[in-house]
Design a protein around this ligand. Structure first.
Ligand code: FAD
Length: 298
């Protein structure tokens, strides 16, 4: 279908992110979500990967479904943590068979029930049945590049990665990784100034890779607080206070959509090459944000 760099050239792009559901009910809801969001004619959709391979089959299946059934370009995420070199090579070979053109190369985090990750840049635990092959997403991106002529995206962390040894080491690593990638997608955030500062810092290091900001409509205070704490994302008090003062779910959604749409507008005005909306597999808020930003439905 289409390469994301080509789509970005004609941008700004609109993209949505989903996760492979765990049960039949979740699958049914995701189908309805895809049906609604595909009406915005997004440039692409992406499907997350369960670190260690927990969604290996489902991620591949949903990527196929999005491409074949909804006629939207779909990009699989792939994490390298706890995978052997052979496993990664086999996954890439499968995607080549499927005609995939774009992939998001990530390190991933092991589930909390298993041993915690060492400080970033350190050695990761060994994969079952063989040596853990890659310590960083940058190494995974290089490995993929050697095997497939694809557009390779990576994750960006404008507010810094929570396990970074230092701000400077983190920026140096991120700049080096982005130089090896075709595009990047950021962790979600709520302040455009972090994105602006991050792209300026990359620019000062001579990195020209397009960085697509990720946005998530803040609706559920507890959920956003939990994810923000995990990612070291600043969840502004003024947004939390507004959500907590809301009279019910409908008003919380309105606030979340308004906040995300305003942020999206600011990011596009700053020159962002597109917007990547984290949907949590729910259609309504993501669709309302896209509409508010001028991406109409069919
Ligand atoms: P890396 O770039 O390898 O490293 C992360 C950080 O570690 C760096 O920013 C840096 O601070 C430090 N670091 C690494 N190597 C060095 C070095 N040599 N020197 C100094 N510092 C170093 N997780 C999933 O499990 N599945 C998904 O599908 C998924 N999708 C995501 C999509 C996006 C858009 C984003 C932003 C994140 C996603 N994640 C996903 C989460 C991601 O896996 C975690 O944030 C993980 O902790 C880091 O992954 P990374 O690819 O950025 O890692």
């Amino acid at each position: 279908m289409a390469r994301i760099t080509q789509l970005l050239d004609a941008g700004p792009t609109l993209s949505f992110e989903f996760s492979a559901p765990r049960d039949a009910e979740g699958a049914e809801r995701l189908r309805r979500t895809l049906a609604r969001l595909s009406k915005h004619r997004p440039h692409f959709m992406s499907v997350t990967y369960g670190a260690g391979g927990t969604t290996r089959g489902p991620t591949r299946d949903w990527v196929q479904t999005i491409r074949d059934h909804f006629q939207v370009e779909a990009m699989p995420h792939l994490t390298c943590v706890a995978h052997t070199r052979d496993e990664i090579a086999a996954i890439i070979a499968d995607y080549r068979t499927d005609g995939v053109d774009n992939i998001l190369a990530l390190r991933g985090d092991l589930p909390q029930s298993t041993s915690p990750l060492p400080p970033s840049g350190g050695e990761l635990p060994q994969a079952e049945g063989g040596l853990h092959a890659f310590d960083t997403a940058a190494e995974l991106a290089d490995f993929i590049r050697e095997r497939a002529d694809w557009d390779i995206g990576v994750a960006a962390h404008p507010e810094g990665h929570p396990m970074a040894a230092s701000v400077e080491a983190d920026l140096t690593h991120q700049a080096a990784k982005l130089r090896r990638a075709d595009f990047a997608i950021t962790q979600f955030g709520f302040r455009a100034e972090y994105y602006e500062q991050f792209v300026n810092q990359l620019d000062a290091r001579g990195v020209e890779t397009p960085v697509i900001p990720g946005i998530m409509p803040p609706i559920n205070v507890a959920g956003i607080e939990r994810m923000s704490a995990l990612n070291a994302t600043d969840f502004p008090t003024e947004i939390r206070d507004r959500l907590e003062a809301a009279s019910g779910a409908a008003e919380r959604r309105e606030i979340g959509v308004e906040v995300a749409a305003n942020l999206g507008r600011e990011l596009l005005e700053l020159g962002a090459p597109g917007l990547h909306i984290y949907t949590m597999n729910f259609a309504r808020a993501a669709s309302e944000v896209a509409s508010a930003l001028g991406w109409p439905t069919d």
